[in-house]
Design a protein around this ligand. Structure first.
Ligand SMILES: Nc1ncnc2c1ncn2[C@@H]1O[C@H](COP(=O)(O)OP(=O)(O)O)[C@@H](O)[C@H]1O
Ligand SMILES: [Mg+2]
Length: 362
């Protein structure tokens, strides 16, 4: 019989483990995220993400053929792979001499993984993580639409450092193409879209993003709620220290997808429009500094010009998902409608041009 506290002791080496508050139930009865008390050196708590597929089976009919179920199961498997095999790269360069000792200025903080376990018979996973609250990241941005500017900057800096860390990295064991709204994994929503140019050109938008010369790993669900903030600012940067969680949709891609989606999670249409250039300048400035330390061989001017152009495509790609999943969603606004229209006009123009060159695009 699977006993949670006992299993947690076995895999972490703790002598005692007491279950604490449930932080959140996982989607559709897939388990819980819970704080636990344990007695490890330098640690008195941890966070357990307990995915229990037997519970989800009870709650769902026809679960095994269900696309969203399969996507969810894969997403937990991928989150575990990220923590097991990639997360160690996020903590900085491990080299105190870099740039005058400001090693963690370029880190993209994530919780340390303490232990993980695949439960017998593929019935779920147990991921035991460092408690970010205990590590000083105990603040959350509770009113997403009224986020203060400095939190957004911290998240942009985190994204720039994360994208720099994984620039050119193959997403082995992760989603080939990251984000929870990626077209190939959202065919049901695509079918549900009203017929029109956005539906017809969905693949062209996706292909354009996938064809980017500069690819990195994208977080894939980088909304404000998936960041944990500290009350400190250890590098005297713009904005507080920050760490990110929730790596279920990490995979390959152009970093602009994370940036557009982050902005959509905290700014309304008119703010997204007026702040667009300032925010992109801030992101690219940090990306350049971070790459100069982590991957100086990258041709940054080419990267920046390619990705700036793809920012609009990233918005259009996300709007395509919203239009199929939840038409009339509050995130669809005049700003991103205009951005999407421009992208569609550009793609339609490219097709006419290509036909003129002797290619048949459709
Ligand atoms: N290691 C952690 N330390 C502290 N808080 C955490 C940790 N992991 C998750 N949380 C909190 O729990 C919330 C839900 O976790 P998350 O992994 O995003 O689950 P879900 O997939 O259900 O969104 C997060 O938004 C964060 O506030
Ligand atoms: Mg989350």
């Amino acid at each position: 019989m699977f006993e949670l506290p006992k299993t947690i002791c076995e895999i972490t080496g703790a002598q005692t483990c007491q279950l604490g508050d449930v932080i959140q139930s996982l989607w559709s009865g897939y388990g819980v995220i819970q704080r636990v008390k344990l007695d490890l050196p330098n640690r008195s708590t941890a966070i357990v993400k307990h995915i229990d597929l037997t519970e989800s089976r009870k709650n769902r009919r026809g679960w095994s053929g269900d696309v969203s179920h399969q996507r969810k199961v894969r997403s937990y498997e991928i989150e575990k792979t990220f923590y097991d095999s990639y997360s160690q790269k996020c903590t900085g360069l491990g080299n105190r001499n870099v740039v005058g000792g400001r090693d963690h200025e370029f880190a993209c903080r994530v919780p340390q993984i303490l232990a993980a376990l695949e439960k017998p018979g593929s019935s779920g996973w147990l991921i035991v993580l460092e408690d970010l609250d205990e590590a000083g990241f105990d603040l959350r941005s509770s009113s997403p639409q009224r986020s203060d500017d400095s939190n957004l900057r911290s998240c942009l800096r985190w994204l720039a450092n994360f994208h720099a860390t994984f620039m050119g990295c193959k997403p082995t064991g992760l989603w080939d193409v990251g984000t929870y709204w990626h077209l190939a994994t959202r065919q049901e929503e695509w079918q549900g879209m009203e017929d029109g140019q956005l539906k017809r050109l969905s693949s062209a938008i996706d292909e354009r993003l996938n064809a980017a010369q500069f690819q990195t790993l994208v977080h894939g669900d980088a909304k404000l709620a998936n960041f944990c903030f500290g009350s400190t600012n250890s590098n005297c940067n713009d904005g507080p220290d920050v760490a990110a969680v929730d790596f279920q949709y990490i995979g390959g891609g152009c970093g602009m997808k994370d940036v557009a989606y982050l902005v959509s999670s905290c700014l309304d249409g008119s703010e997204s429009e007026t702040q667009q250039n300032v925010l992109l300048d801030f992101y690219f400035d940090q990306l350049e500094k971070s790459l100069a330390v982590k991957q100086p061989e990258i041709d940054f001017p080419s990267l920046e010009s390619e990705w700036r152009e793809l920012y609009a495509f990233a918005w259009a790609d996300f709007c395509r998902f919203l239009a199929g999943w939840s038409p009339g969603h509050w995130k669809l606004n005049k700003y991103n409608d205009q951005v999407t229209r421009n992208v569609l006009n550009q793609l339609a123009g490219d097709k006419i041009q290509r036909r003129g060159d002797g290619f048949t695009a459709e």
